[in-house]
Each structure stands twice: as structure tokens, then as C-alpha cells.
Ligand binder design. Structure first.
Ligand code: ZN
Length: 72
């Protein structure tokens, strides 16, 4: 039995933390909680990265998700 390695990624839609197998990196995965589909990526969006790019990849619909953050 070979060990399975996971990384933690926050769902871009519902914001919950997910365990994603490293072998799914770069592929599209579904959120366990809200069934949102998004590309598996171990580098979450940062405040200095335009959030539209990541959001468009996920849903194709613009909407205030990350923009609600008040820590900036
Ligand atoms: Zn979700």
C-alpha cells in the first residue's frame, strides 16, 4: 500500500477547507461540501493577485467572493 498525500485547499466558492490528493494537482476537482468545480492548485489566491482571474476559472461568473475580505 502506497501512502496517499493530500494538500489543503480552500474551496473558492464556500470557503471550506478541502483535502485534495496531490495527484489531482492541475486537474478539476469538486468540492465535497458545495459541489463547486475548480482547478486543484496548492497556491491559494493572495490579496495582491487579481481575484477575478481565479474566480472566472471557477464559475465564469463575476461576483463578490474574495472582495468581502476586510483584512486589507
Ligand atoms: Zn465548496
Amino acid at each position: 500500500m502506497s501512502p496517499v498525500t493530500y494538500f489543503i485547499q480552500s474551496c473558492p466558492t464556500c470557503g471550506r477547507r478541502l483535502q485534495v490528493r496531490v495527484e489531482y494537482l492541475g486537474r478539476e476537482v469538486s468540492c465535497y461540501h458545495c459541489s463547486a468545480r475548480f482547478p486543484a492548485d496548492c497556491t491559494p489566491p493572495k490579496a495582491d493577485v487579481p481575484s477575478l482571474t481565479f474566480r472566472d476559472l471557477v464559475t465564469g461568473n463575476p461576483g463578490p467572493i474574495w472582495d468581502n475580505c476586510t483584512c486589507r
